[in-house]
Design a protein around this ligand. Structure first.
Ligand code: BES
Ligand code: ZN
Length: 881
């Protein structure tokens, strides 16, 4: 392993490749420990390249077993080869064929990049730079080639042989126990989209007729015995395909679309052309083992990977700095899909919660970077909330600013103009500029500047002149490595809410561009005046979270209470409740910290308690409104000198106060929203369960005599995972009397389902209380735990580090130590999983001095390790910077 810091790769250094590879023929002879890969590459010198310029191919832990040029074995003086690099010293000036033989050991591949085995199945993961672990190649996304893949394996071990594209040929190899299949993908693609799968898998088939009448075979491949868990994934796939036709005019382009579910996978899922490979947690579901959240995630991830077929595959990225070109846009598309399938406001609230809890802290800490980074050491570390979630917000702002119609026109132009290309953010924006005749130069700053802008607002109503003045300013707080920032283009959706709760009509507006209900802030300061405003309004700003900014709008609590009850925008209604709760939680945490008794505000208790009666809001929205800001959100709001114990205590105080206020009135919501009849994962049924379980969460804290019994009986009588897990979580997190009994019963019931056992690990890892640390340590040697499986690591250690603020940041430093030690251990086998776990330290400087000193020493211990992977070295260096 490399111990030195990898050199920085810079966007400004981008150069087109010296050679092209137009065609790739792969012959993969699969065996567990000595797989032979013969790659035949059709190589062409680029017009600007001097004849004879050497050809340098990427490799990673490769060993070369053969090399031929135009069919003739090359003399050793004609090339140099190391594990990381193959250089052909003076290639022919004319197009030539280069044949490379490499030998791989899939069983020994614990990094889960390149070719590896998961429960016996051969599979690949090539994004971002995994193809170079299979053969030497120009492993960069601007090399687009047509691939033909021949697979050969034991018939008994691998009855199923899959690769990208359409099946061209298959058959037995005479006189052996082996067979082969040849797949051809006619669409030129970058190497990161290459995939193959071989194994003994069950096939779940279906069909889809595209809008132009093309019949597509759909298949989901899973372990035998799991065929019955694929219905939801298949249904989601068909709905995604239809939706992309109807909403974006995008049709599928091969005869077959295959999805394979594997149990060892570093990420969620991968969009390989025609052969998506999924972490099985985003495929398999039944009511017994999957929660409503799991169903929603499966729907979203299936859609996301499918949508990449156009945004990512047909049009790909020129280089990895452009990652948001495919990921931000595709997240935007999957968000829109889920909004159409479900409740739009509930989906928006869920997405914004995620953005604020993950992306905002990233953007405010040592790992902050622009949506399009300008430099990286390890690209794997840039699959971040900023590239994905903020990247999606930037696309959403584009839609808000241009309007839906012009946005669609711009996207159509992008598809038409860049189909078959590897392109850039500039080219993407140019399509929208042209389609809408809008200058997007200033807008493009969203891709360049790190940090979350703070928008500050002051308002004044003049009853004599009937004017409403809004003074707006924006600023990005200073960040390490970013000296100054320029004003961004910030679309602010707004309403002036009149005394009766209706949005008021106004006269002309001065001082800002206003389109309908969108006001554009594009200067550091702007004074905006609304004319003919009949009465003093309350300004409802940033409706629907129209821009990824922090709003600093000092609303009086009576105005917040008014918006919480009246705002016509469901998002801002939810936001008003959250803001009221947040203000009180910050105040309470301060009191607790001083050792004082914290008493929650009556107004806040009242507004939360009244949510239940807002029957015009659907159940999902009421459940969301009743969910208090998370401990991490409160920590972020406090911002410095954070004491997680005080935050936890404050949140419990408010929860108990609301619970006590609501008391028995919660009961009908619990029983009334329970599943009657058969389980359905649809949004409405899920919303009812969410509200019932939210009410149960309060009832458990209400002090009622029968609370513990009710939770227990919900646990034992639940006929679906959503309700069972909600009850189990209460039993364990509230340390109720039958906690251990519940854990044992759950384990007994679900011991055969590793995905269900992940929830068991997670529930325990996230339990407050100082016994959790020892429990997590003990669980690391549980027979159901496997430190080599990324899902297990995420459910136990990642959820401890990111979902249990009081125990990860224990005052004695033992939580930090456990995570740091685990990072060092995991890093030896799987750097990607280790470096992700390491990012849980990113907000360490915001902790109180004692805790931050302990976090720093844990980080220094990681940093002191001499043979840290490049992935973890990059994260630890930046986190300590
Ligand atoms: N292209 C990514 C998968 C990926 C990420 C491969 C990082 C290699 C490195 C895929 O499209 C993706 O974004 N997957 C997400 C889930 C998605 C719904 C946001 C993931 O894996 O987390
Ligand atoms: Zn993606």
């Amino acid at each position: 392993m490399r111990s030195e810091t990898a050199p920085a790769i810079r966007l400004e250094d981008y150069k087109p490749p010296l050679y092209r590879i137009d065609k790739v023929a792969l012959n993969v002879e699969l065996t567990p420990n000595a797989t032979r890969v013969t790659a035949t590459l059709q190589v062409k010198r680029q017009p600007d390249t001097a004849a004879g310029a050497s050809l340098v191919l990427d490799g990673d832990e490769l060993s070369l077993a053969g090399i031929r040029l135009n069919g003739k074995t090359l003399d050793e003086t004609a090339y140099t080869a190391t594990a990381e690099r193959l250089e052909l010293l003076s290639p022919p000036a004319e197009p030539f064929e280069l044949t490379l033989v490499t030998e791989l050991d899939p069983d020994a591949n614990t990094k889960l990049m390149g070719l590896y085995r998961s429960s016996g199945t051969y599979c690949t993961q090539c994004e971002a730079e995994g193809f170079r672990r299979i053969t030497y190649f120009l492993d960069r996304p601007d090399i687009l080639a047509v691939y033909t893949t021949r697979l050969e394996a034991s018939k008994a071990e691998c009855p199923v042989l899959l690769a990208n594209g359409n099946l061209a040929e298959a058959g037995d190899i005479e006189g052996t126990d082996r067979h082969y299949a040849i797949w051809h993908d006619p669409h030129p693609k970058p190497a990161y989209l290459f995939a193959l799968v071989a194994g003994d898998l069950a096939e779940v088939p279906d069909r889809f007729m595209t809008m132009s009448g093309k019949d597509v075979a759909l298949n989901i491949y899973v372990e035998h015995g799991k065929e019955g868990l694929c219905d939801w994934a298949m249904d989601s796939l068909k709905r995604s395909m239809r939706w992309d036709e109807e909403v974006f005019g995008r049709e599928y382009d091969l005869d077959v679309f295959n999805i394979v579910a594997v149990s060892d996978f570093n990420m969620g899922a991968m969009e390989n052309k025609g052969l998506n490979i999924f972490n099985d947690k985003y495929v398999l579901a039944d009511p017994e083992t999957a929660t409503d959240q799991d169903y929603a995630n499966i729907e979203a991830v299936i859609a996301h990977e499918y949508f990449h077929n156009w945004t990512g595959n047909r049009i790909t990225c020129r280089d990895w700095f452009q990652l948001c070109l495919k990921e931000g846009l595709t997240v935007f598309r999957d968000q829109e899909f889920s909004s159409d399938m479900r409740s739009r406001p509930a989906k928006r609230i869920a997405d914004v919660r995620l953005l604020k809890s993950h992306q905002f802290p990233e953007d405010a800490g040592p790992l902050a970077h622009p949506v399009r980074p300008r430099t990286y050491h390890e690209i794997n570390n840039f699959y971040t909330a900023t590239v994905y979630e903020k990247g999606a917000e930037v696309v959403r702002m584009l839609q808000t600013l241009l309007g839906k119609q012009a946005f669609r026109k711009g996207l159509d132009l992008y598809f038409e103009r860049h189909d078959g290309e590897a392109t850039t953010i500039e080219a993407f924006l140019a399509c929208f500029e042209e389609a809408s005749s809008t200058d997007l130069e200033q807008f493009s700053l969203w891709y360049e500047q790190a940090g979350t802008p703070v928008v500050s607002v002051e308002t004044e109503y003049d009853p004599d002149r009937k004017t409403f003045s809004v003074s707006l300013s924006q600023e990005i707080p200073p960040l390490a490595g970013q000296k100054s920032s320029k004003p961004a283009v910030i679309p602010l959706r707004f309403g002036l809410v009149g005394p009766n709760g209706e949005d008021m009509e106004t006269g002309p507006v001065e001082g800002a561009k206003v389109n309908g209900d969108v006001l554009v802030l594009d200067k550091a300061h702007q004074d905006v005046v609304f004319q003919n405003v009949a009465a003093a309004p309350v300004l409802s700003l940033l409706r629907g979270f129209s821009a990824p900014v922090r709003l600093n709008q000092p609303l009086h609590s009576k105005d917040l209470l008014f918006l919480a009850a009246q705002d016509r925008d469901p998002f801002n209604r939810w936001q008003a409740v959250q803001t009221l709760a947040m203000q009180d939680l910050v105040r309470l945490a301060g009191l607790v910290r001083e050792g004082a008794d914290g008493v929650p505000s009556e107004d806040v208790i009242g507004v939360l308690a009244s949510v239940l009666d807002e029957t015009q809001l659907d159940e999902a929205l009421r459940a969301q409104a009743l969910t208090l800001p998370s401990e991490a959100d409160i920590a972020q709001e406090i911002g410095k000198d954070v004491n997680p114990d005080a935050i936890h205590a404050a949140r419990e105080i408010l929860r108990r106060a609301v619970a006590t206020r609501l008391g028995p009135s919660l009961l009908p919501f619990i029983s009334g929203n329970s599943a009657g009849g058969s389980y359905s994962p649809d949004a409405q049924a899920a919303g009812k369960r969410a509200l019932a379980n939210r009410c149960l969460h309060y009832y458990a804290a209400s002090g009622a005599d029968d609370a513990a019994d009710l939770v227990w009986s919900r646990f034992t009588s639940a006929d679906n995972m959503t309700d069972r897990l909600a009850a189990l979580t209460l039993l364990v997190h509230d340390h109720m009397p039958r906690e251990d009994e519940a854990l044992a019963a759950y384990r007994k019931r679900h011991t055969d389902s590793s995905l269900a056992m992940d929830k068991w690990f997670m529930t325990q890892a996230m339990a407050p209380g100082d016994q959790t640390l020892e429990r997590v340590k003990a669980l690391m040697s549980d027979p159901s735990y496997d430190a080599g499986n990324p899902n297990r690591v995420r459910s136990l250690l990642q959820s401890f580090a990111t979902g249990n603020p009081t125990q990860f940041a224990r005052a004695d430093g033992a939580g930090f130590e456990l995570v740091a030690e685990s990072v060092l251990e995991i890093d030896k086998r799987n750097p990607q999983v280790a470096s992700r776990l390491l990012t849980s330290f990113r907000s360490w400087r915001a902790l109180d001095p004692q805790r931050s000193a302990l976090a720093e020493s844990a980080l220094l211990r990681v940093s002191a390790c001499e043979n840290l992977s490049r992935d973890s070295r990059d994260i630890v260096d930046r986190t300590l910077q």
